[in-house]
Design a protein around this ligand. Structure first.
Ligand SMILES: Cc1cc2nc3c(=O)[nH]c(=O)nc-3n(C[C@H](O)[C@H](O)[C@H](O)COP(=O)(O)OP(=O)(O)OC[C@H]3O[C@@H](n4cnc5c(N)ncnc54)[C@H](O)[C@@H]3O)c2cc1C
Length: 591
């Protein structure tokens, strides 16, 4: 990397970050706020009025909306200017993604098109393929799709069976195979397709819909996002010119994995946007609905649900934009927004990308579930928005790498970085063990001021993570990679530490800017999230340690764990009241 001072991906576990170094929604530029407004207005004025038509898959509706989105510049954030795009930074692209939800089916169409349907060309296209395909993808006249999954190869993407054979004269490949679950396949014009050359070399191709032998199957009947197109794609002796290979023959896995990193932080941003919109439905309903002569917003049981939705969403948002900010900073220092260096910069933060994917999708599932509850019986009715939001949310834990795969990836990638010497994790874990076995002192240096207890919790969450990872690595060595339940617990600890730190840093940065009295919701959200993160983390760590050791050793380890978890619990009930007060007063999402 060209900038030796950049914050290494995964280093949040072993270094103390400061509020100033993180990017937050409060730092958005005027231009970025304008992109957000353009996207939101487009969804409110153009997409939502056609929601029923989208859900019933009325022919042409989604395609026309995508073209309108293209005219407004909403599809071209990641496309370089020379190919008809805007070539924006990743934060702007994430901001657009955050503001596109509202109609789940359409936002999945949009997300697949601008992400996996377009980015392989941006990063791996040749001059010829970029010129040919990117302008149409950027202006929405051609919709993109990405064909990787097969009936027998989903998470195990490298196990695809589709084959590509080079013709005798070397001018083209002949593709055979079948793909499954392909978003946008029903109306896409540009198909990104993965197949193995000679059944061995994993390779990526780009082709037109009208290429003979490419057959799109019937639409799947789905649980949610029913208005989005999802279909199988069969390849029967499809002739693809040899110059339509993306990247190199045998290196298609790089495309599949690198593009997923971008997809993950964008999914994080999109789910945060969906959380806010779903929350606003819940709040509006609760403000209107009366029972026992009172509005639902007067009931403490409902108020705490609303507050919890806000706190979790605020925290997820903090983690998403912190991640995107680090990526942009590194991209800016490489001076290469669309080449190999750019991909390396994004890959640097693959742990954080996996974390925000899990966090965003699980936060949204929480928010939609509680929204159904706030609506009561009406939450179960298709006449009201909660029902569709509930169904539409569920897919986010499955695509862009299932959350189990992402949970395996996060600790796996951290351990690999440690073994390559890129992160001093082992050294930190060893020092921590010595510290924990010595006289207990976990005080941070100096007066921490605002959110002092929470900053200490963040430090202890990181230590807990290193502590459990250290014990697990000592016990299992290289075989730790096969201990999936332990890796799941480690991933949950990583998630807790990253989220808690992100929310505390964001709240501190905001409070420093506009004053403590104005940053009431951020401060309350940070306190709540830290309390929740630590309570959860203690449980994850205890389960892991109880599995790793027994008897006296376990007793000693649990004593050390208790030291890390020691704190005066925050008054979560009052903190939720504080947040609910503000939301009910403002009658909308506002932090
Ligand atoms: C609506 C929808 C749209 C989609 N769009 C696209 C698209 O546009 N393009 C595309 O290529 N694909 C697409 N997909 C496919 C999607 O990416 C896959 O469904 C996903 O990767 C999971 O693969 P699978 O369904 O085969 O499940 P499997 O891989 O069979 O997984 C089943 C379960 O086992 C778990 N599991 C699998 N392997 C492991 C492991 N090693 N360790 C622990 N647990 C494991 C998974 O987490 C999951 O819980 C889409 C899917 C859906 C439902």
């Amino acid at each position: 990397m060209s900038d030796p001072t950049f914050v290494r991906g995964g280093s949040f576990l072993v270094r103390q970050s400061t509020p100033d170094e993180i990017f937050t929604p409060e730092d958005f530029s005027q231009e970025q706020r304008m992109y957000a407004k353009t996207a939101r207005d487009f969804v409110d004025n153009e997409v939502l009025p056609l929601s029923d038509e989208i859900e019933s898959k009325q022919p042409g509706v989604t395609e026309r909306l995508m073209q309108k989105a293209g005219e407004l510049g909403l599809l071209m954030a990641d496309v370089p200017e020379e190919y008809g795009g805007l070539g924006l930074d990743k934060a702007s692209s994430a901001i657009i993604a955050e503001n596109m939800p509202g109609q789940g089916s359409f936002s999945v169409t949009f997300g697949a098109h601008t992400g996996i349907g377009t980015l392989p060309l941006v990063y791996y296209g040749t001059e010829l393929t970029k010129q040919r395909f990117l302008p149409g993808l950027a202006d929405g006249t051609a919709i993109g799709c990405y064909c990787l999954t097969e009936p027998t190869a989903g998470s195990d993407a490298m196990g695809i069976r589709s084959k590509a054979t080079l013709s005798e004269d070397g001018t083209h490949y002949i593709l055979n195979g079948s793909k499954m679950w392909i978003t946008n396949a029903g109306f896409a014009k540009t198909f990104i397709v993965f197949a193995k050359v000679d059944g061995q070399q994993f390779t990526c191709f780009v082709l037109d819909r009208d290429t003979p032998g490419l057959i799109v199957g019937p639409e799947e009947h789905k649980l949610g996002i029913v208005g989005s197109s999802t279909a199988s794609v069969t390849l029967e002796d499809v002739k693809v010119p040899a110059d339509q290979v993306l990247g190199e023959v045998g290196k298609g896995h790089k495309i599949a994995f690198n593009i997923l990193n971008i997809g993950r932080f964008k999914l994080g941003a999109g789910t945060v946007g969906a959380c806010k919109q779903t929350f606003e439905h819940a709040l509006t309903y609760a403000l209107e609905r009366k029972q026992f002569g009172k509005h639902l917003t007067e009931f403490g049981a409902i108020r705490e649900k609303l507050a919890e939705m806000v706190a979790r969403t605020y925290a997820a948002e903090a983690a998403v934009y912190r991640t995107v900010g680090m990526i942009d900073q590194l991209l800016a220092s490489t001076g290469d927004l669309h080449g190999e260096a750019a991909l390396q910069a994004i890959e640097e933060y693959s742990v954080e990308c996996a974390v925000v994917k899990i966090l965003g999708s699980e936060t949204l599932d929480y928010v939609v579930d509680e929204t159904v509850q706030v609506y009561g019986g009406y939450g179960y009715s298709a006449e009201y928005p909660a029902e569709r939001a509930y169904r539409d949310s569920r897919i986010n834990r499955i695509f862009e790498g299932t959350n189990e795969i992402n949970r395996l990836l996060a600790p796996g990638m951290l351990l690999r970085k440690a073994m390559k010497g890129e992160l001093p994790l082992f050294q930190a874990a060893k020092a921590l063990q010595e510290e924990l076995m010595g006289i207990p002192s976990f005080d941070m240096e100096g007066d921490l001021g605002l959110l002092a207890a929470e900053q200490k919790i963040v430090q202890n969450l990181k230590k807990m993570c290193l502590f459990v990872a250290g014990v697990a690595a000592q016990k299992h060595g290289a075989a730790l990679g096969e201990q999936q339940p332990l890796l799941m617990r480690l991933a949950d600890l990583i998630l807790a530490a990253y989220t808690a730190e992100s929310v505390v840093l964001r709240a501190l940065k905001d409070a420093a800017k506009r004053g403590e009295d104005s940053a009431i919701v951020p401060i309350a959200a940070a306190r709540l999230e830290c309390e929740r993160a630590m309570s959860n983390a203690e449980g994850f760590a205890r389960e892991a340690l109880a599995n790793l050791e027994q008897g006296d050793t376990l007793t000693t380890l649990l004593a050390a764990l208790r030291r890390l978890g020691r704190r005066t619990p925050a008054d979560a009930i009052t903190l939720r009241e504080t947040i609910a007060d503000r939301m009910v007063e403002m009658e909308r999402w506002v932090v």
